[in-house]
Design a protein around this ligand. Structure first.
Ligand SMILES: *Cc1c(COP(=O)(O)O)cnc(C)c1O
Length: 652
């Protein structure tokens, strides 16, 4: 059951925040202001709030089209500080002397301005960067802040990449290749010998520890990454034999993203710390223990400590888990405390961007008005459904309501069969459909009003079945890939009109021609919800813009997006706090979404050819007198104009 919506008169911004569970998933960044607009508080050190709806109005007035990703750059800095602050507190409390460095894995969001913001905020903590592919390496190496900035290179590497890494080591940069398999190490040693330099590297270790969740195979013995313990031991012996025990600088593991259980992380940290201690005993001296990423984001809006599957711990608990587990093993083994590294990407970037989409229209289940009178000529099956509709107010309890629903389902089935065999005409079939939904609506309203402690699932499901469909101007495949691929839920809310009670519930459908292009799972601490609370659109069409914000989309979604149906990249606006501005912010940059021309070029269609074809068609038709010359010219220029448009619809 949804949380009960208060009476309109008493409705406040706090009620809107509660309805959309903003406190639970928002980490303090999101709220609703007195105008009923979603507002963003990017920096908890100040009270400054940015009105999201005002930002969108401003960039749209400036010519940007929706959908758009609105980035709140200050949120990135806040997250970097929160992470480093939590580790500073944990190491101080635990008396952990090894220190801590956070490293940003660029694969989570490679956008230059995102990386720049994180690097800048991380300067005071000397944060590092992690990259995992050839292109990421090429982009990252020239942009390291100083010789002290750590750069970790994960993933598989070819000889050219290893050579480049070694070259940057020779230049004095702190770039460490993380060895994923034994043959890579052979290559590093050979290339370093060739260049006459001492190599430095880390090793990813395959641990027994695994974290449950969608990315569980990032860890454990089945992982495609890392070297096994027997391989590691042989490797360590070899380094000692060759007289270069100092070459191994770092031990790494990564349990996967969205670690749901801090206990699993502690197990991993203990395990790698034991490996570390064993290597120290053998005469090696790794400086760093790198426990990977995986700090979760509370997309599901779970209360802290709810114990449900998902993420219900704080950043501080995460930091404490890492630090205390490492400390415990180092104390027990009496080895020096290594510097701890985490590679958190999702938790640093997820909150900073919001996808804003226009609602193009709403479709409701067709019903009949409350005072509907059945014509005397109506078919018996329509009369049957109408009688059921009339009987709902008299039904005694949940059991009787369920019986009415079963009878209505049966009558509807009968009507469908009669229609198939020609005993019911089109008008009559349409009427029975409307009556059926009217019965369901009445049953649903009674169940809602009674608000029972437990609702039979069939009655509970009526809310979903009766939900409206909102057509939204975006592509799930371009903008919410993890919703499609993994069923991950993202918090969604209207960005304005929240001074009024949202009176309807809806599923969202996108504009792709793919029935998977929908959002029908929504955030709720009470478990699965299949419809979102939204405002009614008179006649199903927005008379003024009605916009939804999809929150926490800053991690992975930007780059995972694909070109299904040739919907391209969305527009972007980058927003900064600024107390000199009356609005409290300024929009630093706007970027137009991918144009039709750019999308077509990706699949080898070019304007010259396409336009020449349309030109010869209209010329021929003008010659034949189908259209006049002037009209032919207008058709051609209309067609040409499309190439510079974005791939989404224009609701105006
Ligand atoms: C993807 C990845 C990360 C980032 O994980 P998050 O869950 O986003 O923090 C960190 N380290 C490695 C090796 C990765 O592959």
């Amino acid at each position: 059951m949804p949380p009960s919506v208060p009476a309109p008169a008493a409705w406040t911004p706090a009620d809107a925040e509660a309805l959309y569970h903003m406190a639970a998933w928002g980490e303090g960044f999101f709220g609703v202001n007195d105008s009923g607009h979603v507002c963003v508080r990017p920096d908890p050190r100040t009270d400054a709030r940015i009105d999201l709806a005002a930002v969108v109005d401003e960039v749209v007035a400036g010519g940007l089209s929706l959908p758009a990703v609105i980035r709140f750059q200050d949120v990135l800095a806040t997250r970097v500080r929160a992470l480093n602050g939590a580790f500073a507190q944990a190491t101080a409390e635990a008396g952990y002397g090894g220190g801590y460095t956070s490293v940003y894995p660029v694969k989570v969001n490679q956008l230059r301005e995102v990386v720049d913001e994180i690097v800048e905020a991380g300067r005071e903590f000397n944060c590092g960067i992690e990259c995992g592919s050839k292109a990421e390496l090429v982009a990252t190496l020239p942009r390291l802040e100083s010789d002290d900035t750590l750069c970790l290179v994960n993933g598989y590497k070819d000889a050219a990449m290893l050579r480049l890494i070694l070259t940057f080591q020779r230049l004095g940069r702190r770039v460490l290749p993380i060895v994923e398999k034994v043959s890579e190490l052979e290559q590093i040693l050979a290339l370093a010998d060739e260049a006459g330099q001492e190599p430095a590297f880390g090793i990813r270790v395959k641990l027994a520890a695994v974290a449950p969740g969608p990315w569980t195979r990032s860890g454990g013995s089945l992982s495609k990454f890392g070297v096994s313990l027997p391989e590691l031991v042989a490797l360590a012996d070899r380094l000692i034999e060759e007289g270069r025990p100092q070459a191994l600088k770092l031990l790494h593991f990564h349990l996967g993203s969205q670690i749901g259980d801090v206990g699993a992380l502690k197990a991993g940290v203990r395990e790698i710390a034991r490996v570390y201690a064993g290597l120290v005993r053998r005469g090696l001296r790794p400086e760093f223990l790198d426990v990977g990423g995986g700090l979760g984001v509370n997309y599901e809006a779970l209360p802290l400590g709810s114990g449900a599957s998902g993420v219900d711990y704080s950043v501080q608990e995460y930091a404490n888990a890492v630090v205390y587990a490492a400390k415990e093993v180092c104390d027990a083994e009496q080895v020096p405390e290594p510097r701890l590294i985490t590679e958190n990407g999702r938790a640093v970037t997820a909150h900073h961007s919001v996808l804003v989409v226009d609602v193009l229209g709403a479709t409701q289940k067709p019903t009949v008005p409350d005072d509907f009178e059945l014509p005397a000529s109506a078919h018996a099956v329509a009369a049957e459904l109408d009688a059921l509709r009339q009987s709902v107010p008299q039904a005694g309890g949940l059991g009787e309501l369920l019986e009415v629903l079963h009878d209505a389902n049966e009558a509807r089935g009968k009507a469908q069969a009669l229609f198939q065999y020609g005993y019911l005409d089109l008008d009559a079939a349409a009427l029975t459909e409307r009556l059926y939904w009217a019965v369901c609506r009445r049953i649903h309203d009674r169940v809602e009003a009674a608000a029972p402690e437990w609702t039979p699932p069939e009655l509970d499901a009526l809310g979903d079945a009766l939900a409206d469909q909102l057509l939204c101007d975006f592509s799930v495949f371009q903008s919410l890939m993890d919703h499609w691929a993994l069923g991950q839920r993202f918090p969604i809310a209207p960005i304005a009109r929240l001074e009024r009670v949202p009176e309807r519930r809806a599923r969202l459908v996108d504009i792709t021609c793919d029935s998977d292009g929908e959002v029908a799972r929504f955030v709720s601490p009470e478990g699965e919800r299949r419809a979102l609370d939204v405002h009614a659109l008179p006649d199903g069409v927005p008379t003024e813009p009605y916009r939804l914000g999809v929150f926490l989309v800053g991690a992975y979604q930007d780059i995972l997006g694909d070109a299904h149906n040739l919907f391209g990249g969305v527009s972007e606006a980058h927003v900064y706090l600024d107390d000199d501005e009356p609005s409290g912010y300024y929009v630093e940059e706007t970027l137009k979404g991918t144009t039709v021309e750019e999308m077509l070029a990706r699949v080898q269609y070019f304007p010259s050819d396409l336009q020449a074809r349309v030109q010869s068609l209209v010329r021929e038709k003008a010659r034949a007198g189908v259209v006049r010359q002037k009209e032919a010219q207008a058709i051609l220029s209309d067609y040409r104009a499309f190439f510079q448009q974005t791939t989404y619809l224009d609701p105006r």
